[in-house]
Design a binder for this molecule. Structure first.
Ligand code: ARG
Length: 456
């Protein structure tokens, strides 16, 4: 029998039942539902609805229900429409008629919003530690690969030499923003809807501040109408996961490129690459292709929930039930993906020669212009002279470091015989030592900063 059957004489159509039921996905909130109910029992006891004995009976029953969930012994019944119904049904089986008093002054509308927020508060740390683990893997690589040079790209064209460690850490900071967004989001998750009833509030004398504190919330929601329909926290969560997915996707796209024969910067370990059923020579970067592909799925989950929310009249509408599959899917996607990416980069082999080979001397054209700047030539003029050197080298089929001094001097009188000292990638890198730059000394500072962030 469903919780609401009193007014009905007919039964719900079986297919309508399937559409309506949320148990297949909301049973993930079983523990939270029980915890919420225990706190509610105490709150209505304090309000004089239950005697101390009744409240103790309910709590003991709820403890048993919780134990059944934890032991995997809880048996769902066909008539369990959602997790709230299932818990209440089982409670009544265990404690008898007094079980029927638990839902006094409460609605599934404030209950589900509470359970969902509790679930999120419980699981934000899980996601955070998965992000932290990938961040740690990036720092480990930055330390292990310290000193190795690689080509840095803009427009996927060779741009300037950089440290590989600097590149690894660039992804660390993107993930750091995701971690910070999760922490910021948790403040808005920790607002308690319980005690708002179906929409208008509860007529019983509930101390909602106390209830909020008992459940680990920062405060009770200030408006009952808003509280039962506010799913901003779910949408925000999906934004954070979509944003993080986008970071992982961009990182993964680089990994796919850098493991090709054409780049050859990295070789993946067998544990994190796959073969082809047809082509025996293939070693495919599937994990990173999935790292790229999952971003699309995560973005879709965000877009889907936003579209669901946008036309809803106040207050609770059943459409809101769509919030949970989206959030759970995003959570599962990242918690499966993140450790794989972390360990894939921990176990890959770097090929310093291939990265070196990518350092074309033309990538030092900016340094060539800076050389003239140091001789007091205005940057625009220096830029043009360096550009002419690149064009002259291309025309002669040689590189800018092979151009004669006469050629250089014909391009600009500021060029002297010391111009050749510019063509040193190591030197180019170590000049960029201001905060956030790619010089080894700046990257060392950055590594320390990253390690500190992880420790905190
Ligand atoms: N399964 C529902 C949900 O996830 C629970 C709330 C049901 N409320 C109601 N008035 N039917 O939103």
């Amino acid at each position: 029998m469903s919780l609401w059957s009193g007014r009905f004489s007919g039964k719900l159509d079986p297919q309508a039942w399937l559409l309506n039921a949320s148990l297949p996905f909301d049973q993930r909130m079983a523990e939270q539902d029980v915890r919420g109910s225990m706190a509610w029992a105490k709150a209505i006891e304090a309000a004089g609805v239950l005697t101390a004995a009744e409240s103790a009976e309910l709590c003991a029953g709820l403890e048993k229900v919780l134990a059944e969930f934890q032991q995997g012994a809880f048996v769902f019944q066909e008539e369990d429409e959602d997790i709230h119904t299932a818990v209440e049904r089982r409670l009544k089986e265990l404690v008898g008629a007094v079980g029927g008093k638990l839902h006094t002054g409460r609605s599934r509308n404030d209950q589900v919003a509470t359970d969902f927020r509790l679930w999120m508060l419980d699981h934000l740390p899980v996601l955070k530690s998965a992000l932290r683990d990938l961040q740690s893997a990036l720092v480990e690589r930055a330390e292990a690969d310290f000193g190795l040079l690689m080509p840095g790209y803009t427009h996927l064209q060779r741009a300037q030499p950089i440290l590989l460690s600097h590149w690894w850490l660039s992804h660390f900071w993107a993930l750091q923003r995701d971690v910070e967004r999760l922490a910021d989001l948790s403040k808005r998750v920790a607002v308690l809807p319980l005690g708002c009833g179906a929409l208008a509030g509860t007529p019983f004398n509930i101390d909602r501040d106390k209830l909020a504190a008992a459940l680990g919330f920062l405060s009770p929601s200030p408006n009952s109408l808003d509280a039962v329909s506010d799913r901003d926290f779910a949408a925000e969560f999906l934004f954070v996961t979509a944003m993080s997915g986008t970071h992982l996707s961009r990182f993964s796209e680089n990994m796919v490129l850098f493991t090709t024969a054409e780049f050859g910067f990295f070789e993946l370990s067998d544990a994190y690459s796959t073969g082809s059923s047809l082509m025996p020579q293939k070693k495919n970067p599937d994990m990173f292709e999935l790292g790229r592909g999952k971003a699309g799925t995560l973005l879709g989950l965000l877009t889907g929930l936003m579209a669901t929310l946008k036309g809803l009249p106040s207050t609770y509408d059943k459409d809101l039930q769509e919030d949970k599959p989206a959030v759970f899917a995003a959570f599962d996607t990242l918690t499966v993906l993140l450790p794989v990416l972390a360990n894939a980069i921990r176990t890959l082999k770097v090929n310093p020669q291939r990265m070196r080979a990518g350092l074309d001397p033309a990538m030092l054209a900016t340094d060539l212009a800076d050389y003239l700047v140091e001789k007091n030539v205005p940057f625009r003029e220096a830029h043009s002279a360096a550009g002419k050197a690149v064009a002259a080298a291309a025309e002669l089929g040689t590189s800018i470091e092979a151009l004669s001094l006469e050629t250089y001097q014909s391009l600009h009188p500021g060029f002297g015989s010391d111009v050749y000292s510019v063509f040193d990638a190591e030197k180019s890198v170590s000049r960029r030592k201001s905060f956030g730059g790619t010089a080894p000394e700046a990257v060392k500072v950055q590594i320390e900063k990253a390690k500190k962030v992880i420790r905190e």
